[in-house]
Design a protein around this ligand. Structure first.
Ligand SMILES: Nc1ncnc2c1ncn2[C@@H]1O[C@H](COP(=O)(O)OP(=O)(O)OP(=O)(O)O)[C@@H](O)[C@H]1O
Ligand SMILES: [Mg+2]
Length: 484
């Protein structure tokens, strides 16, 4: 549907006296004998739907009652969707349903998108170049393309139109949206993430956010191609994954944490390792075959049945995991995560919402404090220092590009100058911004920070039979090089 189409539809009055709807009219098959004109009312027949909203509801009911199977199939197959469109086009002719200035084909397409798709935002949901669609009330729709936000010319008729769409999207997932539960966060069968909020929580009308699931999960190579990191950094991270370092990925909302987590997890050498993933809404898509995916569950409308990430993590520890991957650590589960990382589940990863790599460790500290385990502050700091090995911070820059702004190594060595009150990081790589071009592109370069690897890190790489990746070097290598 073309962008301003819906608005044009809304402006028009279907009862106006102007002649010539673009759709050809035909006699309804039900009416025998003389063909009634489009404007003629039939006293003994139900009134014909006239507004776009009425036509949608009418056709929807007819499709539901007469073509339920085709309707279900057309949600997953472009071919079946075309068949449904043909069925609807036939109905329009049979019942002489017309909307001025809309061809029958355009009206059928609109009806299909309203009935099986996402209505006014359907074209963006189906556009592979769009990664996220955001609807802020009926009149404002934004999409993200290539990391940049733009407003598009799509709109819903009114709050009810948007609310109906949200209800239709979340109902098959066993979720509902009403005054009693005015927001919902769910995952569609194709993996896309849907979040919706309505009044009284939202003051601008229903708000819908759809983060589309990439058809193919991004690998570290893909991220190198997108300029999120360079080849040397990718090599370093791959080696770190093979050497079973514990990694925390930090970043702001939408910075690319889950994407990077997926890419890192994709570098785990299979098939000998048992990987358990735990997420609020299962977004990870791993190439390995020995993967167990667990998903938390919100409470039902009676407030019962909630299963938290923390409970799942506790349970996962009894499932003989080789690697634990926590989609996002945002509460008490931080305590169990540190225990796991410190007790034989090396090579585990998680993400944390934070503004910087150092901030991420402070957030973990706060989350453990909130876990209610009454650990002394010093003990928490010691646990974090010994559990986490690497913090990778990912950022979304002004030009929409996501980049790894820092890869930092946790400072574990307890020298006299090591602070006992916080965990420090040593940068291995960082991204330095040098300027912003006239077109808004961010200029900058990745900087490697060569150093001698601390003893604990050399030991981990040695144990995994993995050479120390640049820009770090083992002490012994350096001495050897110096001697030679
Ligand atoms: N390096 C990248 N280049 C371009 N797009 C990216 C990159 N990394 C991620 N994206 C896209 O950015 C969007 C957000 O990514 P992702 O879901 O990984 O972010 P997030 O930090 O996990 O978000 P949230 O905080 O909501 O969990 C997705 O559409 C993803 O495809
Ligand atoms: Mg995420």
């Amino acid at each position: 549907m073309s962008p301003g189409l819906l608005r044009r539809l809304e402006r028009q009055d279907p009862t106006a006296r102007e002649p010539a709807p673009v759709v050809e009219t035909a006699p309804p098959v039900a009416a025998a004998g003389r063909a009634p004109s489009t404007r003629e009312t039939q006293p003994d027949q139900p009134e014909r739907p006239r507004t776009v909203g009425e036509i949608i509801r009418h056709v929807q009911n007819r499709v539901l009652s007469g073509h339920a199977e085709l309707l279900a199939a057309s949600r997953h197959s472009a071919e079946e969707r075309q068949r449904l469109k043909a069925v609807i086009a036939r109905m329009l002719v049979e019942e002489n349903l017309v909307v001025r200035r809309l061809t029958r084909d355009a009206l059928s397409e609109q009806l299909v998108s309203e009935i099986v798709g996402y209505g006014p935002i359907d074209q963006y949901i189906r556009d592979p170049a769009v990664t996220e669609v955001m609807v802020n009330g009926p009149g404002r729709v934004y999409v993200e393309r290539k990391g940049r936000l733009e407003r598009v010319e799509a709109g819903f008729r009114d709050h009810d139109h948007l609310h109906d769409l949200i209800t239709r999207v979340v109902a098959p997932l066993g979720r509902r949206l009403d005054q009693a539960s005015p927001f919902v966060d769910a995952r569609l069968p194709d993996g896309s993430r849907v979040n919706a909020v309505i009044a009284p929580l939202s003051l601008v009308g229903p708000v819908l956010t759809v983060r589309k699931f990439p058809e193919r999960a991004m690998t570290l190579e893909d991220l190198v191609g997108l300029g999120a990191l360079n080849q040397e950094m990718a090599g370093f991270l791959e080696a770190a994954v093979r050497a079973r370092l514990n990694v925390i990925i930090s970043g702001g909302a939408g910075a690319g944490k889950t994407t990077l987590l997926n890419a890192l997890a994709g570098a785990i050498p299979g098939p000998c390792e048992r990987i358990i993933t735990i997420e609020d809404s299962a977004e990870l898509k791993l190439p390995q075959e020995h993967v167990v995916s667990l998903e938390s569950r919100p409470a039902n409308t009676e407030g019962r049945g909630e299963v938290t990430i923390r409970q799942l993590l506790r349970n996962a520890l009894r499932m003989r995991p080789d690697r634990l991957i926590i989609g996002e650590c945002r509460g008490g589960e931080a305590f169990e995560l540190l225990q796991a990382m410190n007790s034989g589940h090396n090579g585990s990863f998680s993400t944390v919402h934070a503004n910087s790599a150092t901030d991420a460790l402070a957030r973990v500290e706060n989350m453990v404090l909130m876990a209610g385990e009454e650990l002394p502050h010093r003990a928490i700091i010691d646990q974090i220092r010994s559990a986490a090995d690497l913090v990778v911070h990912v950022e979304r820059y002004a030009d929409g590009g996501r980049r790894l702004s820092q890869i930092g190594l946790v400072d574990k060595e307890a020298g006299p100058d090591v602070s006992r009150d916080r965990v420090d990081l040593r940068a291995v790589f960082r991204f330095n911004v040098t300027g912003v071009t006239g077109e808004g592109s961010v200029d900058g370069c990745f900087e490697a920070c060569p150093a001698v690897a601390p003893g604990w890190l050399s030991a981990k790489f040695r144990a995994a039979g993995e050479p120390m990746p640049p820009p770090l070097a083992n002490e012994t290598d350096r001495r050897g090089a110096g001697a030679g």
